[in-house]
Design a protein around this ligand. Sequence first.
Ligand code: GLV
Ligand code: MN
Ligand code: MN
Length: 412
Amino acid sequence: MLSVSLPRLKERLLGLARFGALPGGGVTRPCWSPQHEAARAWLLGECKTAGLATWVDPAGNVFGALGADRLSTAAPTVLTGSHVDTVPEGGILDGALGVMAGLECLQAIREGTARPARPLAVAAWSDEEGRYGSLFGSRAFCGRLDAAAIPTMAAVDGERLVDAMSRAGFDAFRAPEAAAPRDSVAAYVELHIEQGARLEEAGIPIGVVESIVGVRRARVVFHGQADHAGTTPMERRRDAFLAAADYALKARELVVSRGGARAVTNVGVVQVHPGASNIVPGRAELVHEMRDPDPAVLERLARECDALARDVGRARDITVEVRPMSATTPAPCAPRVQAAIEAACASLGLAAQRLYSAAGHDAQNLAGVTDSGMIFIPSRGGRSHRVDEMSDWDAIERGANVLLHSLLRLAA
Ligand code: GLV
Ligand code: MN
Ligand code: MN
C-alpha cells in the first residue's frame, strides 16, 4: 500500500520551522513578513523539487499541482493544503503540517504507480491566522473577499494590508482576482493538528471533522478622558481602561451564560493610550473574539455584547465604539469527504472519531465552493498557539497517510 516518507516529511517540517524560528523554540511568521516571504520562496522550491507545477495567485496563495498546471473547470482538481503563516510565538505544526503533508502526499503519488483520474494540488493559503481579518487567502480564493474593505484593512499594529502586501511584492487590490474558476475544485481535504486534547484523552489517533466553528472579532474602543494620575480625584476620572476591563469581565460572563455549550470568548489584544503610568487612560481598545458553532447564536451574542459595551460605557461616562473586524461562517464538513477519510482510516486499520473543530480553518471557506473536510491528529497535551505545540512523529505519519489515501479516494 502506498505510504508517505516520514523522514522526508520531517525534514520539510523542520526546514519550514527555521523561518521565523524563536531562540526558545516555536516560531513567529506572520503573513507578508520577511520570514513568511522567505518561507514562501522556499516552499515553491520544495514543490518544484517534488516535481509539481507551481503558481502563486494574486492573494499570495501558493499552489503545487500534479496532473495540471492551473485550476480549470474542464478538469476539476482535488485540493489539499493549509497555511504557513503563524500566530506570534506559535508552534511549528499549526498550518505547516497540512501544507508539508499535502506536498509529501503529492510527491508520494507522483513517485508511485497509482494514476488518479483527477488532478491534485496542495495550497498554502495566505494569512490564515488573520493578521488582516480571518482566513484571507482562502476567502479570496472562494470569492468571499470584500474588495471595498481592502483599502482600510489594517493589522492590530496599524500596518495596512496594502503596505504589507506591497512590501511582499503583491498588489492588495488585485487579491479578489484569486477567486477560483467556477467548479474547478472537485473536493478539499485538509490535515491539521487538533489543537485541543479530545483525541489524546480518548486515545484515538484520527479525528474526522464534522463541522467548523464560526468566529467573530470586533474592536471595541472606549473613549474617556486623559488626566493627571496624581492630581485628579478618583471620583472625577473617566478611565477608559477600567471601562474596557469591566467590559472584558462582563462579556465573558455573557458569552458563557448566554451562548451554546460550546461558546467561547477571548480578549487577546488590549491597547491603552497614551500609555504612561502617570496618565489616566484616555482611550482603551480591545479586540473581542467569540466563537460558537451555531451562526444564529453567534449573531445574537454579538448583538448582546454590543449592548453590553454601551451599558458599561454609560455607567462610567465613557463613549464606546464597536467596530466589527471579521466574521467567519460556521461550516459543516461534507459527508462525502468524511466518508473518504473514514474509508482511508479503515484501510489503514486506524480508529477514527468524529468531532467538531473549535478552531477556524481555511476548510470552512472551501466548504462554500466544494465538498470540504478535515483530518485531525492529536496534539500533545492539547497545546497549540504556543511555542511548545507538538504532535508525536508517528501521529504525524499516520495523519499524512490518512490524507494520502483520502486524496486517492477523492481523486479516483
Ligand atoms: C485559527 O488558528 C483560529 O484562531 O482558530
Ligand atoms: Mn492557528
Ligand atoms: Mn491552523
